[in-house]
Ligand binder design. Structure first.
Ligand code: PEP
Ligand code: MN
Length: 369
């Protein structure tokens, strides 16, 4: 899947791109006084964007669903009195129109909307010809295609100031997270779109306050550009997401403790050592591939024997033995059992595929696994 988007650098719409660029504010706007109190405290923490949900996508009805468009002028007060730029979630064309009418600076698309191409298209169409930055949260389900698709739909309609927000994925099981992070997905997104700025929203991944710091640190270590963190002056009393919001003072402490590492160093000794270690890794990788090649050669020879003697491909006892030997050895080598089990499963699948080819050559039975 090739994606070719024209994305402007973060510096074209963010004055200071020093990591982490911060988006912070309450989950929901509740009253004018509440947003203004929080914004005034957050301005001290050098945040770049003040967030606040106006229309809230709630799982069940009959709970607080946001104050609606009457909250938009409150955000204009925040802009006027604090100088902060403001951002809100939009989920319909009507939301977009109201947001634009009220000079909202940045829009974001929520996780539930990203999962729905009809919704994304409606938002993209409402934004045609408008020059406004749009942040796209990952879809609630772990699907890179939908995330990319949403970015593509916006970009096709002329939105070039784009960024992604990683907020985790929902699963049915109870885990320590509200939404599991599955970091591989935002990493794959960055590999496909290296020019796309990526933020992390540790608040919605965590679902509770105590995981916000380690998740923020992890995001910084993975070189994310910024963080979206929910802050409330009185979190326990928040009208939505009360367990995961922190106070502006908690945010101050979090920022003090956060270690920001550079993505490279020009120190000659460091560069030299890194090159040396990487060259050694390349050599080992070549050896591993050669060894796999040789292994498959032997597997095919066994396939020949089995065909001659009319013996089945799969012999579960032998497979058990291979896995057990591997696991025993991995323990001594400091390799995790999950890694070894996964690796052996791949090797086993490929071995069966190879033997199947040998044993059924020319019979149109070369099925994969
Ligand atoms: C939010 O940011 O308040 C929100 C509803 O987020 P998400 O779309 O990630 O659930
Ligand atoms: Mn929230």
């Amino acid at each position: 899947m090739d994606v070719n988007l024209e994305i402007l650098p973060l510096s074209s719409w963010v004055h200071d791109v020093t990591r982490p660029v911060l988006i912070s504010g309450p989950c929901s706007a509740e009253t004018e006084e509440q947003v203004l109190t929080i914004a005034r405290e957050l301005v001290q923490q050098k945040i770049t964007f003040f967030r606040s949900g106006i229309w809230k996508p709630r799982t069940r009805p009959n709970v607080f669903e946001g104050v609606g468009s009457k909250g938009l002028p409150w955000l204009n007060t925040v802009q006027k009195l604090t100088g902060l730029k403001v951002t809100i979630e939009v989920a319909t064309a009507r939301h977009v129109e109201s947001a634009l009418k009220h000079s909202i600076d940045v829009l974001w698309i929520g996780a539930r909307s990203t999962a729905n191409p009809f919704v994304v298209q409606e938002i993209a169409d409402a934004l045609k010809g408008v020059d406004i930055p749009v942040l796209v949260k990952n879809p609630i389900n772990p699907d890179l295609g939908l995330w990319l698709g949403a970015l593509e739909r916006l970009n096709k309609n002329g939105i070039k100031k784009l960024a992604a927000i990683h907020r985790g994925f929902s699963v049915y099981e109870t885990t320590r997270y509200r939404n599991i992070p599955t970091w591989q997905i935002p990493i794959d997104l960055k590999l496909k779109l290296p020019q796309l700025p990526v933020f992390c929203d540790p608040s919605h991944i965590a679902g509770k306050r105590d995981l916000i710091f380690p998740l923020s640190q992890k995001a910084m270590d993975l070189n994310f550009d910024g963080l979206m963190i929910e802050c409330h002056h009185c979190p326990e009393k928040a009208w939505s997401d009360a367990e995961q919001q922190i106070t502006p003072d908690d945010l101050r402490i979090l920022l003090l403790e956060l270690k920001i590492r550079a993505d490279h160093s020009d120190d000659l000794k460091f560069v030299h050592n890194l090159e040396d270690l990487r060259e050694r890794i390349n050599k080992i990788d070549r050896e591993i591939l050669d060894a796999f090649g040789k292994r498959m050669e032997l597997v095919r020879r066994i396939g020949d024997f089995k065909r001659e003697h009319n013996v089945t491909i799969l012999q579960s006892q032998r497979w058990e033995e291979i896995i057990q030997n591997g696991l025993a050895r991995s323990l001594r080598l400091n390799l995790s059992s999950d890694f070894i089990t996964g690796l052996y499963k791949q090797v086993h699948d490929e071995s069966i595929r190879n033997q199947n080819l040998v044993m059924n050559a020319g019979k149109g039975m070369e099925i994969g696994n």
